[in-house]
Design a protein around this ligand. Structure first.
Ligand code: NIG
Ligand code: FE
Length: 412
């Protein structure tokens, strides 16, 4: 099946030569073609250019995009969309003055979600998660990473990862799975964290490897959760099974998480609300992508990642949602892009680069998605009629999407 999009007002994020990611000043450049055409063949981008060069051949399907723009789908490299139930109660507690940390200390937080998930069947968990996945696809996400980490037992961590596997098999979207057993210490291990780490390493990891359930490994490296030494231990264990690190660091405190990530060649280090100069310094000239989660900062009223300082010092940056029931009950990448511009002073060009090609890199999918490049998946956003792509972040809280396409097929 071949489709021609013609009269595209502006084709955004056009990369003739594939690139892994963009950093520093290059993030300000967003290559586009005005008055463009785009051809999709068998689910892949096969040709594009200026309307003057539009092929005259007969196409089985022609879509007139007059007044509308096309950009590659959002690449959301950090989510926890497989979870059971919600935590609106904690939301109200926070409104009344309790902190996220205080709620967690009282048995709420991650442990609250773990309890709910342990009591939920695999089928029910799949159904709840599928609704969220379908919802974010409609919001323009065309590739996504999903973590475990609300199971916290052998059985329930496997349950989560099997649900992710099933989502992968049944959805047209590109999905990557991450094992986050070290998300919180379960109550029964509170006085013996080492025994929990041992369970993860000796029992859970081998099962995950045996069933090939994850490609990445994550740790919540944070005061009160897992130390730098714990993180190193888990990453070392994951390495034996070929699991690549993508870790939660510097959300509330800077304790050396970025350093341990870089040491273990993490594909990404995520959150980064608290960044010291040495954390920025160590990331320079590495292959580790810093990932910012502005919706989490928004929802928890915590600092935003110092994007300006990081990009101005030459670093790349990716943007992701962190969609989860506790710190970010939203998977809307349009909101993330807006918030990055409004609160983190990123330009629309920087934010779109961060939410497409850099996000793709942060989940190892840059060869397949993240830009308009021949041979990449035709995962696309067709906008409503808009004047400029800057309108997408400007019009915060709304989305300017008319249609989304995955592998060239319109998703309805
Ligand atoms: O990325 N910070 C760690 N994990 C999640 C939130 C977990 C929760 O509150 O359920 C996050 O923000
Ligand atoms: Fe997270």
């Amino acid at each position: 099946m071949t489709t021609l999009f013609k009269n595209i007002k502006e084709l955004i994020q056009v990369r003739t030569e594939p690139i892994p990611f963009v950093s520093g000043k290059k993030m300000r450049e967003l290559p586009t073609i005005k008055n463009a055409f785009l051809v999709i063949d068998n689910g892949l981008i096969s040709d594009f250019g200026s309307m003057e060069d539009c092929p005259k051949t007969v196409f089985p399907e022609i879509i007139d995009a007059t007044g509308k723009m096309i950009l590659p789908s959002w690449c959301d490299s950090h989510t926890h969309i497989v979870y059971a139930g919600n935590r609106e109660g904690e939301f109200v507690d926070r409104i009344k003055g309790l902190s996220y940390e205080a709620i967690a200390a009282n048995g709420g937080g991650i442990l609250n979600s773990a309890k709910k998930l342990q009591e939920t069947s695999e089928e029910a968990l799949y159904q709840q998660s599928k609704v969220r996945l379908d919802e974010v696809i409609q919001l323009g996400t065309g590739a996504i990473e999903i973590k475990s980490g609300y199971g916290l037992t052998l059985e329930s961590e496997l349950k989560m990862l099997r649900v992710i596997k099933r989502l992968k098999e049944n959805s047209p979207i590109a999905i990557k799975a991450t094992f986050l057993g070290a998300h919180a210490v379960p109550l029964e291990y509170k006085k013996n964290k080492d025994a929990y780490l041992k369970l993860l390493i000796d029992e859970v990891l081998p099962k995950i490897a045996e069933e090939n359930l994850a490609e990445y490994i994550d740790v919540f490296c944070e005061t009160g959760y897992f130390s730098v030494a714990d993180t190193a231990l888990i990453l070392e264990a994951g390495k034996k099974y070929g699991l690549i690190p993508k870790i939660h660091v510097n959300q509330f405190t800077a304790i050396g998480g970025v350093q341990v990530g870089v040491k273990y060649h993490a594909l990404s280090v995520d959150h980064l609300e608290e960044m010291r100069d040495e954390d920025i310094e160590i990331l320079k000239n590495t292959n580790t992508m810093p990932v910012s989660l502005p919706s989490c900062s928004y929802f928890l009223s915590i600092p935003y990642t110092p994007a300006r300082k990081m990009i101005d010092s030459g670093l790349p940056l990716a943007l992701a949602t962190d969609y989860n029931p506790g710190s970010t009950p939203s998977g809307n990448m349009n909101f993330v892009v807006s918030t990055a511009c409004i609160k983190m002073k990123m330009t629309p060009e920087e934010a779109i680069n961060a939410a497409t090609i850099n996000g793709a890199y942060a989940m190892g999918l840059n060869a397949k998605v993240g830009s308009i490049t021949k041979g990449k998946l035709a995962n696309l956003i067709l906008t409503k009629p808009i004047n400029s792509y800057g309108f997408i972040p400007y019009a915060f809280g709304t989305n300017q999407i008319e249609k989304v396409y995955l592998k060239g097929q319109e998703v309805s």
